[in-house]
Design a protein around this ligand. Sequence first.
Ligand code: HEM
Length: 241
Amino acid sequence: MFVIVGRDPDRSYSILLCLGEIFGLLSIILVGLLFDRRVSSDVYNWKTNPFSYHPLMMTIGLLFCYGNAILLYRTFKQIPKLMVKIFHACFLIISLTLGTFGLAAIIRSKIITNRPHFMTFHSWIGIATIGLFVFQWICGFISYLFPKLSLDIRKGYMPTHRLWGKIIFLFSVASILTGLSEHGMTSSFFTMNDIQQSRRLIIIFFGIFTSLFSLIVIYLLSNSDYQRPPDQTDEKSVPNP
Ligand code: HEM
């Protein structure tokens, strides 16, 4: 990663972002294949197999859309900040809608198979991720969009908002990685027939691409060279995310 990062921050940002998007899209394709009829006898079906939608919705919503939402201020440096704020809020609403659908899928799956709720580390970290996500969205919306709090409060809250944005992203990644390990175990991960071997490979590469996507997002967020410069409006005193 560090070899690609040359002297021109805009160029290296674009290269790393493209690479990250490729890894993110590969994660989505692989997780989408988990319930494809070529590798699984349990296919996508909301009535009989609602679980099938859980990993897919969570990956699109809380990994890919959320990862991109937190990069938007850096990705669209040339676009006016208010527009980017609105995009940021919209991307996050899409993430949350997909996350809620993914949560409804696993809850329905547990209800119809008569299994108890919230019995694993994955389920606890997963519900914490969704709770923190909702809380952060509400605080961000009230502070920066509507009714929009005073400049002092916005300025004071920004470092906390940025820090928690990254923490929640890491929680999402941890939820995905623990979820896929759990699913791997509950779906005869180590049996030697062909169908399970394909699924095993899909799960392993899904984990690898998810990790690579997350590493790139965190790297792009942590490097101050990629930060959006202050705007020439009254927003200039609030540090940019
Ligand atoms: C950000 C991503 C994710 C979040 C927030 C999340 C959240 C949750 C929650 C809250 C539950 C518990 C529901 C209940 O007990 O009623 C759960 C269960 C489950 N999830 Fe996820 N999940 C995520 C990703 C994944 C992924 C990617 C997989 C598999 C590839 C997965 C597999 C499972 C499995 C097998 C269960 C049932 C066992 C258990 O309760 O731990 N999850 N998830």
